[in-house]
Design a protein around this ligand. Structure first.
Ligand code: SF4
Length: 627
């Protein structure tokens, strides 16, 4: 028996209702390790070029990894990978919680889903068994109710449920996958893909924990984490959650405000992690076996916005997009809108950023109350924000259009294209290239579009020299540039974070800078669990392989450099605060992108070259692409 994993991947064809268990050999697990690297592998193998993202040919995979569920912090995440209905390109999204570990304990390393069921079904995985069950009674219900109903069906409170919500069922293109009613694979519309297959949920429960190769070694690493968390760079997340970032980001002018007009939000104090701790915070929560406990649980009992603890609490990105992007400084309203997103199953980043875009259009007179169904979409109007979030979740009125994201809405209406802040149809999250210049490059070249988690942000390079040295990064440049050394930094840290995505690790726990564990400790964790004599170099290559698989999928769709763009609004100087007057030059961006392609071994159209694919063990991909 292997250590750390089962050697079992479940394939589900919903059209025929056939299920098969594939037992890949160890070499496969070592080469792809899990997560979105394996997801990208199955996507490229099983989804034909030109497939409709919401058609039966699209392949949705939910993969954990060779190390998921081991009793150490930050190893309970799941990667959802599919062709995105927002971009029409390869995309993936990650979520934590308890569901990922429980999937492993249920006897599976991942699920590959194809086809479309004739009627709504849900998948029940337990103790190595898989069963498709009727889900007619679950359709259209809020995520918390669905979770309760499935647990009640089996009289087992320890069942974990991952599901698409009513928003995805109604056709919102950024429908999320929600587990535990508050952990979310948010980006890229993975919930909408699952809903399009008539698959409502995946419930998991099991007791089959794979053996660990070196239990004493792993215990020592877990103990080290628990003993050092309070002095580590992640201690702020333990104390105040990710919303600890609100004040410092606003202070340096890197907190997008009024749809990216400014980097400083006047109301930051009122929506900060500090303010949350003093007001609506009820408790904290964690993911399986994690010592950090970064999750916030909030409660509002009275007033117009009553918030239930079971739907969690808003993260930094959510506070940014539903808050500062829309100039809303009412934390209870933001927490309520966050709850609506989790109840209906929607990505908070896309939802908030799309409403902010609509507010920007409204303020400029590009949209009127005739367009919005009588709602005055003014910046700063918390009531309008909440109302619009609910209308999107229900796909009602103007919410129907905003449920397609800002890029499509602008295209359909023929207004406000220059105000859209998105790459490949994915709205930019709350980290600004004005303060972290190479994030513009990373937003652009990421196969699925703008994503802040794909690399280590620029500010870390000079701050963590010892850890950076593990990646041969020894010469930090002055911040605020995309000079060659910063492009190299972005590329290397991107490959490393891509490996963490493949291992389904939490990027607050494992990484090249401020995270709890260093990269060499990550290597030790993987060694202790799997028994493989794996090296950091080998893990980096896994990360590079994953990115190239996803880019190869896009290249097969005929898409390359033309989609690796920077939104025009980045060139408009910001107003106010520490970044007053700062803009990002398109020349600088394009130069950096060209250099990045060369460093990555891609051609001038941004496609992986044959020789680079061969160098990273992906000859079959070069053949698939006809290179
Ligand atoms: S750091 Fe937070 S998100 Fe990451 S595994 Fe721990 S509790 Fe979950």
């Amino acid at each position: 028996m292997p250590y750390g994993y089962h050697g079992r991947v479940l394939h589900v064809d919903l059209s025929s209702r056939k299920m098969e268990v594939e037992e890949p050999e160890e070499r496969f697990y070592r080469k792809y390790v899990g997560g979105s690297a394996m997801g990208a592998y199955y996507l490229l193998k099983n989804t034909p070029a030109g497939a409709d993202p919401l058609g039966p040919e699209n392949t949705l995979s939910l993969m954990v990894s060779t190390v998921t569920g081991a009793p150490v912090s930050g190893l309970s995440r799941v990667a959802a990978t599919a062709k995105s209905p927002l971009s029409g390109l390869a995309d993936e999204s990650s979520a934590g919680g308890f569901w990922p570990a429980e999937l492993k304990f249920a006897g599976f390393d991942g699920i590959v889903i194809r086809g479309k069921a004739e009627r709504p079904l849900y998948l029940w995985l337990h103790d190595g068994e898989a069963e498709l069950r009727d889900a007619a009674h679950l359709v259209g219900r809020l995520t918390g109710d669905v979770e309760d109903a499935i647990r009640e069906e089996f009289k087992d409170e320890r069942i974990h449920v991952l599901q698409c919500g009513p928003a995805a069922e109604a056709g919102v293109l950024y429908g999320a996958l929600v587990n535990n009613a508050n952990r979310v694979n948010g980006r890229g519309g993975m919930g909408t893909v699952m809903a399009s297959k008539n698959l409502k949920a995946i419930a998991v429960r099991g007791r089959d924990r794979p053996a660990v190769a070196d239990p004493d070694g792993l215990r020592a690493l877990a103990r080290w984490g628990a003993e050092h968390v309070d002095e580590s760079g992640v201690s702020g997340f333990k104390r105040l959650g990710t919303s600890v970032l609100v004040l410092p980001q606003s202070r340096v002018g890197g907190f997008p405000t009024r749809n990216w007009a400014s980097g400083t939000f006047e109301g930051a104090d009122k929506i900060s992690g500090e303010h949350m701790a003093e007001t609506i915070l009820k408790s904290t929560d964690t993911c399986y076996a994690c010592t950090v406990r970064c999750k916030r649980v909030v409660e509002v009992k009275d007033g117009p916005y009553q918030v239930l603890p079971r739907y969690g609490g808003p993260e930094y990105e959510t506070i940014g997009t539903l808050g500062a992007y829309c100039e809303v400084d009412d934390l209870e309203a933001i927490a309520y809108a966050n709850q609506l997103c989790n109840m209906y199953g929607m990505d908070t980043i896309t939802c908030g950023a799309t409403i902010a875009w609509a507010m920007d259009c409204f303020e400029r007179g590009l949209l009127t109350v005739e367009d919005t169904g009588g709602i005055g979409l003014r910046f700063g109007d918390a009531e309008a924000l909440v109302r619009m979030t609910e209308m999107i979740g229900r796909r009602e009125g103007f919410g129907r259009l905003l449920g397609e994201g800002s890029a499509r809405a602008a295209q359909r209406l023929g207004v406000g294209q220059e105000l859209v802040v998105a790459v490949k149809g994915r709205e930019q999250p709350a980290h600004m290239p004005h303060t972290k210049r190479t994030i513009a490059l990373m937003y652009a070249v990421n196969p699925g579009g703008a994503d802040h988690t794909v690399y280590e942000h620029d500010t870390s390079y000079p701050r963590f020299p010892e850890r950076m040295a593990e990646l041969d990064l020894l010469d930090p440049e002055a911040q605020g540039t995309m000079k060659p050394e910063m492009v190299r930094y972005a590329l290397y840290s991107q490959h490393m974070m891509s490996c963490v995505d493949s291992l389904c690790g939490c990027k607050f726990v494992y990484g090249p800078a401020w995270q709890l564990y260093s990269l060499s400790q990550l290597t030790e964790v993987v060694q202790a669990i799997t028994g493989w004599s794996v090296t950091l170099w080998e893990l980096m290559k896994v990360g590079e392989r994953r990115i190239n698989l996803l880019r190869a999928f896009n290249a097969r769709e005929g898409v390359g450099a033309e989609a690796d763009t920077m939104p025009p609004k980045m060139q408009v100087p910001l107003e106010g605060g520490a970044t007053d007057g700062v803009a990002v030059s398109v020349d600088e961006f394009e130069q950096a992108r060209g250099l990045y392609y060369q460093m990555a071994g891609w051609d001038e159209r941004g496609r992986p070259s044959r020789h680079r694919l061969q160098e990273i063990g992906l000859q079959w991909v070069a053949d698939e692409l006809g290179l």
